[in-house]
Design a protein around this ligand. Structure first.
Ligand code: ZN
Length: 443
C-alpha cells in the first residue's frame, strides 16, 4: 500500500522553493486547523488548548499550543526542523552577457553539490523589496516554471571529465537565461534597462525594474517532486533536506491533541549557513516565544520559565544519511540506516548531533508507542558528520534534545532521494511525542 503522506509532502515541497514560501505553506497548514497568527510586535493573550503561530521575518516560524497545566509544572514538547536548503543565490544586478547569451551571476548558499545543478531546468524564487509611493514593500516571487539552465561542457572538450570535474561558482555555474543570437540585446536594438533578473522579476511582479530595491533570489530545480517504485515508495524531490522534516513536524503538530504540557513546532531558516542569524536556531527566537508563553500562562513566579525549560524535551528533525548501495564502504554497516526502515536516531561523540542516551531512549519510546520501526545512524568513525539545529538550540535553551531524521540519499544535491514510508513513520512518532509530552524523557 502506498504511503499516506507522500502527495502532501510533494505538494509542500513544490510550493516551498525558499524558506519564505515554506513559511507560507506552513501557515496554510496551521490556518486549516484554526491556529491564530500572532505578530512579535503586538501584545498577546493566549487561551488553553488553542494553537498559535508567529513568523520572524517571514522565513522562520514557531507554532505552539497552550497546554492545560502551567508550563512550570509540565514543560514543553518541542520539535524543530530547518526550512532552508543549499542552492544558488542570484546576484540580482549582474548579468554576464556574451554573444547574445545572458547568464546570471550566482553565489553558493550553504554547500550544494555543484555538478547536480547542471543540465536541468531551473526556476527562480525568493523575496523582493519593492519601492512604491507609500514606502518599501516585501513581495514574494515564485516563477514556478523553467527560466534557466546551466549547460555542461561537452565531453569532447574534456575527455577526462568522467573522472570528476570542478565547477567554479563564478564561471561554470552561471544559469543561462536567454540566447538572442548575435544581435545587441533588445529586439528593437534599444539597450534594455537593468539586468535580466531585475527585468524578469519586475515583469513577474508587474512593477518597473527600477522599483526593485533589493532581493534574495534562489535558483531551484524546476521539476516537480515525484514518487518512484511499484508502491511509490521512493520520493525524488528537491529540498527533502529539510522540508521533509518541516512537513513531518507540522503534520504531527496540527493533529496533536491538547495535553497538560505545551507543544511547540519550530521551523528555522539559515541552518545551512550556521544558524547564527536573527531568525536562525542560534538566535533569541525560540527562547523569546517560550518566555512569552510562560509569562502569559503561568503565574507561579519569577522562576516559571526556568522550571518550564527544565521539564522540556526537544526532538530535532533533519535528514539522516541513508546507506548507499553504490558507496557501501563509506558507512559503518552496523549504523547505516536504510530507506523505508524507519526514522534514524543520529548520534556523535563530539555532539555534532545533540542525542544522548536518555534522549535516544525517549525517541525510541515514541516510535514504540507509534508502532513504527527506528534505526541508528553513526558516521563511519574516521569521518566527520554534518550537524543540525539540535546542538545549537539545546545549548541555547538547556533542553535535552535528540537528533533524528529520515534516511536519505544525495543530501545537498539539487534533487534528493528518500523513503516514502519513513515520512509516515516520522509523522507517527512525532505525533506520539506531542501527545505524550516531555515526560517521556524523564528517568
Ligand atoms: Zn539538513
Amino acid at each position: 500500500m502506498p504511503a499516506l503522506n507522500t502527495k502532501a509532502l510533494c505538494d509542500f515541497i513544490d510550493a516551498s522553493p525558499t524558506p519564505y514560501h515554506a513559511v507560507d505553506s506552513a501557515a496554510a497548514m496551521l490556518n486549516a486547523v484554526g491556529a491564530v497568527r500572532l505578530d512579535e510586535r503586538d501584545a498577546w493573550s493566549l487561551e488553553v488548548g488553542r494553537a498559535y503561530y508567529v513568523s520572524r521575518d517571514g522565513a522562520s516560524l514557531i507554532a505552539f499550543r497552550v497546554g492545560r497545566t502551567a508550563p512550570s509544572e509540565s514543560g514543553f514538547a518541542l520539535a524543530g526542523a530547518h526550512a532552508d536548503a543549499p542552492g544558488l543565490r542570484a546576484r540580482i544586478e549582474k548579468s554576464v552577457a556574451a554573444k547574445g547569451m545572458d547568464r546570471v551571476a550566482v553565489e553558493a548558499y550553504g554547500g550544494p553539490i555543484h555538478a547536480t545543478w547542471l543540465d536541468r531546468p531551473l526556476s527562480l524564487a525568493g523575496r523582493v523589496a519593492v519601492r512604491t509611493p507609500d514606502g518599501i514593500h516585501r513581495r514574494l516571487v515564485n516563477f514556478a516554471r523553467p527560466v534557466a539552465v546551466i549547460p555542461n561542457l561537452a565531453i569532447h572538450f574534456n575527455r577526462e571529465m568522467n573522472k570528476g570535474v570542478e565547477y567554479p561558482m563564478n564561471q561554470a555555474l552561471l544559469p543561462l537565461v536567454s540566447a538572442a543570437g548575435p544581435q545587441p540585446a533588445g529586439a528593437d536594438g534599444q539597450a534594455q534597462v537593468g539586468s535580466w533578473v531585475l527585468r524578469a522579476v519586475a515583469a513577474e511582479l508587474g512593477v518597473e525594474p527600477d522599483a526593485i530595491v533589493s532581493a534574495e533570489l534562489t535558483f531551484v530545480d524546476a521539476a516537480a517532486s515525484a514518487a518512484i517504485g511499484a508502491d511509490s515508495e521512493i520520493v525524488s524531490a528537491p529540498r527533502i533536506d529539510n522540508l521533509e522534516g518541516c512537513h513531518a513536524v507540522l503534520s504531527a503538530f496540527v493533529s496533536a491533541p491538547t495535553g497538560g504540557h505545551g507543544q511547540i513546532a519550530a521551523l528555522f531558516d539559515n541552518e545551512e549557513i550556521g544558524s547564527a542569524t536573527p531568525r536562525g536556531a542560534d538566535s533569541s527566537f525560540l527562547r523569546d516565544i517560550i518566555e512569552r508563553i510562560v509569562a502569559l500562562t503561568d503565574d507561579s513566579g519569577p522562576e516559571a520559565a526556568h522550571r518550564a525549560l527544565a521539564r522540556s524535551f526537544s526532538v530535532s528533525v533533519d535528514g539522516a544519511q541513508a546507506w548507499h548501495p553504490a558507496y557501501a564502504d563509506r558507512f559503518d554497516e552496523d549504523f547505516a540506516p536504510v530507506l523505508n526502515g524507519g526514522p534514524a536516531i543520529k548520534a556523535n561523540a563530539n555532539v555534532r548531533y545533540a542525542t544522548d542516551a536518555i534522549g535516544e531512549a525517549a525517541f525510541r519510546a515514541c516510535c514504540e508507542a507509534a508502532g513504527v520501526p527506528c534505526q541508528r545512524f553513526r558516521m563511519r568513525a574516521d569521518l566527520s558528520p554534518g550537524t543540525t539545529i539540535g546542538p545549537i538550540s539545546s545549548a541555547l535553551l538547556g533542553v535535552r534534545t535528540v537528533d533524528v531524521g529520515v534516511p536519505m540519499l544525495a543530501m545537498h544535491s539539487a534533487r534528493e532521494t528518500a523513503g516514502a514510508y519513513d515520512h509516515d513513520h516520522m509523522i507517527a512518532a512525532l505525533g506520539r511525542f506531542y501527545a505524550i509530552g516531555p515526560s517521556i524523557a524523564d528517568c
